[in-house]
Design a protein around this ligand. Sequence first.
Ligand code: ATP
Ligand code: MG
Length: 560
Amino acid sequence: MAPQETSKAPNFIRHMVAEDVRNGRFGGRVVTRFPPEPNGYLHIGHAKAISVDFGIAREFGGRCHLRFDDTNPTKESVEYVESIKADVRWLGFDWGEHLYYASDYFEQLYEWAVQLIQASRAYVDDLTLEQMREYRGTLIEPGRESPYRNRSVEENLDLFARMRAGEFEEGTKTLRAKIDMASGNLNLRDPVMYRIRKASHHRTGDKWCIYPMYDWAHGQSDSIEGVTHSICTLEYEDHRPLYDWVIQATEVPHVPKQTEFARLNLTYTVMSKRKLLELVEEGRVSGWDDPRMPTLAGLRRRGYTPEAIRDFCERIGVAKADNLVDIAHLEHCLREDLNQRAPRVMAVLRPLKLVIEDYPEGQVEEMEAVNNPEDPAMGTRRVPFSRVLWIEQDDFRETPPPKYFRLSPGAEVRLRYAYIVKCTGVVKDPRTGEVAEVRCTCDPASRGGDARGRKVKGTIHWASAPHAIAAEVRLYDHLFTKPDEEADWKAALNPGSLTVLTGCRIEPSLQGAARGSRYQFERQGYFCVDPVDSTPARLVFNRTVGLRDTWAKIEKVEAK
Ligand code: ATP
Ligand code: MG
């Protein structure tokens, strides 16, 4: 990989790696890895880790491995493996030929475990998990040694081989590292290295019935692959002494170095795979790719761009202290990206009929509309205009409040790219008394929006009734009502996180819009054609994000 994006903001990891390269540590090489466990879909927090792992490798001309940490067969699956690969690629990163699985190393890990037993640094324990917890002690009390701790090397070798051969039931035996039951660091109180799991593994099938624990597999895998900088999140800081211990205790080919940074937390969502899985399994969302989910699959379906996510990860930076990032910041990055490249169109989400009484019946004019004022190269298009239009229900009030600059009886408004019209009255539904139709007249000389000296403050969007196409639009709001995650987290699920609007009317240029394509609906927000449910015959749009930028406001206030 050639060094690409330079001139990035400094952070402690960049600084550390730069130092190591300068000092010739690891021979100046930089090898990182992203090590997901294939037990769920990737989320925006993983995107941060991916940006750091792959980003650092790219910046320093090194390489980044994608390694599946597949040590727990009961929770893992091929579906997750495939989704993770697709998501990393979509984000714009490439592991080249360096795709690995911890399960590739099971035999080597087993051999090293045997070496540890031979060196009296590991033993087979008969304590149950519960007993082990009891013996473990607490932060203030030292642990107690297991009565099986001083088994002979021969007995341990024999028992360990028989564990592998499947002679013992789950939960009856473990292999533990013999370190220090009185250590101030609980991770060093004889951590479990292997447990018995009589489950089929998605790659090794029934070959194994003992599986290595993360702490045993991770450092050794890093070493096998020649990883120089093993970058992970803060919860592993207390595991680092163990990481170093297992490396030193075995004859490994290479000594990697672990460094931790703070994980990303976002407001109004949850980031634990266990919780996300619960939402999926309980049907509280439509799946891992529900556009309300913080998963990359969900964000992609919602209309997020990989560029916006990468930009966000870069802007929030890398820190050593835990923090909670405002989701408005993520939305801000997305708007900035879409503002530049999403073509603007007119779509009426909650239609109300507008009839121009003095516009000839049957006449159609093609109005010229700008595709993106931010980018003249995106050109213009023609939008048909006729006597009967759809406008937004919100853009008409029979009794307007103060400062309401849209349509109301007697008031004038500009129809975007068309004429200035004046409201002459309404037609009501005789049964319900609701406004069924707004009537107006049109000033033919105002074509293109020329107000000719008079004050017309409001401009509204519209769609020509005989030409518009019908669509379904899904509006999304935060998944949770509270910014912080609470103990009773599911109680804070937002009942209004999804609103489905059917019968929306959209300008005809969107006929045949490709799945996944993104637009700005003028005055409404950014929308994308749903990649799953939309068909040419029945267009479905997802609201990616609204137009109002709360983050820009926050920044302004903070700058003062
Ligand atoms: P779980 O939530 O099940 O404990 P996890 O989110 O840690 O799991 P992994 O598959 O182990 O899932 O994560 C792979 C990598 O992504 C790890 O190195 C982890 O540190 C990193 N990671 C996970 N969540 C975040 C996050 N919120 N912010 C930054 N990095 C993260
Ligand atoms: Mg994890």
